[in-house]
Structures are given as structure tokens and as C-alpha cells.
Design a protein around this ligand. Structure first.
Ligand code: GDP
Ligand code: MN
Length: 401
């Protein structure tokens, strides 16, 4: 599960990481009021930032620095009425519904700091660079030696000596060292305590020296967190941060019915049981020149109702020009699938070709049911084996040569 930056900043602040104060808003008027409050408190610079589950906002024009409350209106208006397109969003971009209005800071230097699950080392790894900011991917590609990695002990977490060594490597000096160490240790604690799979601060900044902080201040000004979905049951406060508006509506509907669904770009809707079979079904469709419209695993315990919902989701997708049902009935019973096909035919109707390949538990009963219903499902095409099914559906959607 992903969360918004404003929520991530709150988690960091609660964990004791210095973060400039800010407020989430949902309209131009609210943005103006929030900015005015920050300026009235003595701030000279305010930053307004689109809250979407994707990065690259700065370069896309969705992070703006503002010197007066009046300027906030135009920026907020722009962000709330334009879709944000960045290398992380795909060409269609994302709708922006929330903004963060925060006190901006002067920046002397930008660093990168993150913790992620490191499967190669069977542990979590802290990743840091003195070349943080908006080009971290380019830094990793061109100068990998500028990226430092520290493996964390699975139980003890990040050790203070590791954090100190890293702070020196990053070039922190004087009072900055302890500030940076503090951020690293608190981020590591938060990562473990929240069952995060990614905790990223980019940029972590050093502010220029001032009277109160002669060595400058180390602060987080952008943050991104992902959490392990399987641990959300024991992290209620994290789970409550879920924002359904950021999810693909079809994927959300599928999730509510216990279906594992991922929308794709092709035109062949797939209904399959088991993740492995779903992936090989996508492969064989591609092998025969087709493009899957989705990955869909109805799971082992799928009920007739859940499978009917799966058909609703597939058929709701306007790109779908053909459907392939590929079921190996182990725990799933083929007759339940057949009934779901019949329900879906009655309720939604198959306007597009429907290729059905069923094998396994209760397949005899399933074939009998479908045979009986044949007149109601004129676009249905029975398939023998896997290859036959793939060839038939690809032919039915007339894949361009
Ligand atoms: P991202 O592009 O989605 O990662 O958004 P960020 O929040 O990381 O902002 C992008 C860039 O905008 C940062 O790397 C900074 O250079 C700049 N920026 C963001 N917030 C501030 C701020 O408070 N002060 C200043 N001076 N620059 C900022
Ligand atoms: Mn960033």
C-alpha cells in the first residue's frame, strides 16, 4: 500500500525526523488560507505540491515555490485542473485531488536516503547518496559509486556506528553528523515498526547556516512510503491512510471480491485461476500474437459470485474485444465457473467472442451446463487444450499481422 507525501511527512514528524510544517488541502481557497497562515507566521517562502502516488512532480511543474499567498491561487488552480504527467505516471497522467501547502526551506545541499527490502541480501538495506534530488535514477545509472548501501541487521536494525560511518561518507561535518545519524536511526526504526517495504526521503536537505543553527539543519522535505499489504491487519493506523481515489477503480473492485486483478493495455480479457496459470496464459496469448487486457487470478476458493464479478470487471473494460477463460479446476470447481459464465451472459451479455477452456474438477457437469446454455451465449467458442484456446481467442479478436 502506498500513501501520500503529506501522510509520510506526518509519520516522519511523529518519529522525530525534522520536517517543515504543512497542511493538506483540497481546494484553491483552502490552499490560499493555508499559505496565508504560513506567511503570517513569518515564513518567506511556501511550497505547494500535488499529492499523488507518483514522483517526478518537480520536473512536471507540480511542485512550486511561492513568495506570497496571492501566488498560491494560480498554482493550486493549475494543479487541481491539470493531470500530472511524469515518467512515473504513464502518458495519461494522474488526476490531482489533494495538495500539500508547506513552509519551504532554503537548501544548501540535497541528499538521498531510503530503506528498502533487499531480497538479494535477505534483509533491509539503507541506501544513501550525497547526490540526491530529482535525478537520483540518473545518478544510480551513471555513477553507481555515488550510491552507498548499508545492510541492516534483521532484528537489531540499523546500528548507530553504521549510521555514523555513513554520515561521514555523505560529507556531513560538525553538528550535521549527529542530525543525519538521528534521521537515519529514526527512519530505520519507523521502517521496521510500520512494516514498510520502502521508506524514502528524497531530498533530505541541509539548510544554509543561520544564527540558531551555525552548521545548518538536516531535514526531510519529500517522503515516499510503501507498506507490506500482508501486515496491514496489525498496522491499523497505517491502513487507515489508504486513499481509494489513487487506485485503479477496476483493481479496487476486484480486491473487494478477493480477486487478484491487474489492468493491462491489450484487448484480450483473461479469466484464470492461479497466478502461475494466469502468467502462462498471458505468455501464450502473446506467443500467438495477442495482447492481454488484464491479469486476473480468481484464486483457489473463488465462489460463483466472485467469478461473476470478475466477468463484470472484464466486460466493463471497453478495450476488451475477446475473452479467454482458462481454468484448471483443482480446488476451483469447473461447474461454478460455468454457472458464473451463464450468470454473466444473462446479466451483462457477451458481445465479444468468449473462448472457454475448462479442465479438472467437475468438468463434465460444467460442459453439460454450458452445452445447455449455448443458445444464450452465441459468441462462446469451446477450446480443447491451452494452445487451441490461445489460437482461437487471438483469431477471434483479429490480431493485426
Ligand atoms: P518530486 O519531484 O516529486 O520528487 O518532488 P520533491 O518534493 O522532491 O521536489 C522536487 C524538487 O523541488 C526538490 O528536489 C527541490 O529541489 C525542490 N523543492 C521542493 N521543496 C522545496 C523547498 O522547500 N525549498 C526549496 N528551495 N526547494 C524545494
Ligand atoms: Mn522527491
Amino acid at each position: 500500500m502506498k500513501i501520500h507525501e503529506y501522510q509520510a511527512r506526518q509519520l516522519l514528524a511523529d518519529a522525530g525526523v525534522p520536517v517543515p510544517s504543512g497542511q493538506m488541502v483540497q481546494s484553491v481557497d483552502e490552499a490560499f488560507a493555508a499559505a496565508k497562515k504560513i506567511f503570517d507566521g513569518g515564513a518567506k517562502l511556501v511550497v505547494i505540491k500535488a499529492q499523488v502516488h507518483a514522483g517526478g512532480r518537480g520536473k512536471a511543474g507540480f511542485v512550486k515555490l511561492i513568495k506570497s499567498a496571492e501566488e498560491v491561487r494560480a498554482a493550486a488552480e493549475f494543479m487541481l485542473t491539470n493531470r500530472m504527467v511524469s515518467p512515473q505516471t504513464g502518458p495519461e497522467g494522474l488526476d490531482v485531488k489533494r495538495l500539500l501547502v508547506a513552509e519551504a526551506v532554503d537548501i544548501a545541499h540535497e541528499y538521498y536516503l531510503a530503506i528498502t527490502v533487499d531480497r538479494a541480501h535477505n534483509t533491509s538495506t539503507l541506501i544513501a547518496s550525497a547526490e540526491g534530488g530529482v535525478e537520483i535514477e540518473a545518478v544510480a545509472a551513471k555513477t553507481p559509486e555515488a550510491i552507498h548501501k548499508v545492510a541492516m541487521h534483521p532484528i537489531r536494525g540499523l546500528e548507530p556506528y553504521q549510521a555514523r560511518a555513513l554520515a561521514f561518507k555523505l560529507g556531513f561535518t560538525g553538528k550535521q553528523v549527529n542530525q543525519a545519524v538521528n534521521v537515519m536511526l529514526r527512519l530505520a526504526r519507523l521502517f521496521l515498526d510500520s512494516d514498510a517495504s520502502l521508506a524514502e526521503i528524497n531530498p533530505l536537505v541541509l539548510t544554509p547556516p543561520d544564527e540558531a543553527h551555525p552548521d545548518g539543519q538536516v531535514m526531510a522535505i519529500d517522503a515516499k512510503f510503501n507498506f507490506d499489504d500482508n501486515a496491514l491487519f496489525r498496522r491499523k493506523s497505517i491502513a487507515s491512510m489508504f486513499d481509494p481515489a489513487e487506485e485503479n477503480p477496476a483493481e479496487l473492485r476486484a480486491k473487494e471480491h478477493g480477486l487478484s486483478y491487474v489492468a493491462l493495455d491489450g484487448n484480450i480479457g483473461c479469466l484464470v485461476n492461479g497466478a502461475g496459470l494466469a502468467m502462462s496464459t498471458m505468455d501464450i496469448i502473446k506467443l500467438h500474437g495477442g495482447e492481454p487486457a488484464n491479469f486476473l487470478d480468481v484464486g483457489g476458493s473463488a465462489t460463483e459470485e466472485a467469478v461473476t464479478e470478475a466477468f463484470r470487471i472484464i466486460l466493463f473494460d471497453e478495450k476488451v474485444q475477446g475473452v479467454l477463460v482458462n481454468i484448471f479446476g483443482g480446488i476451483v470447481q469447473c461447474d461454478n465457473i460455468a454457472r458464473a459464465i451463464i450468470n454473466a451472459a444473462k446479466e451483462v451479455g457477451f458481445q465479444v467472442p468468449l473462448v472457454v477452456r475448462l479442465e479438472g474438477t467437475n468438468v463434465g457437469e460444467a460442459r453439460r451446463l454450458l452445452e445447455e446454455a449455448k443458445a444464450d451465449i452465441p459468441t462462446m467458442i469451446a477450446a480443447g487444450d491451452f494452445t487451441d484456446a490461445a489460437k482461437k481467442v487471438c483469431a477471434a479478436v483479429a490480431v493485426p499481422a
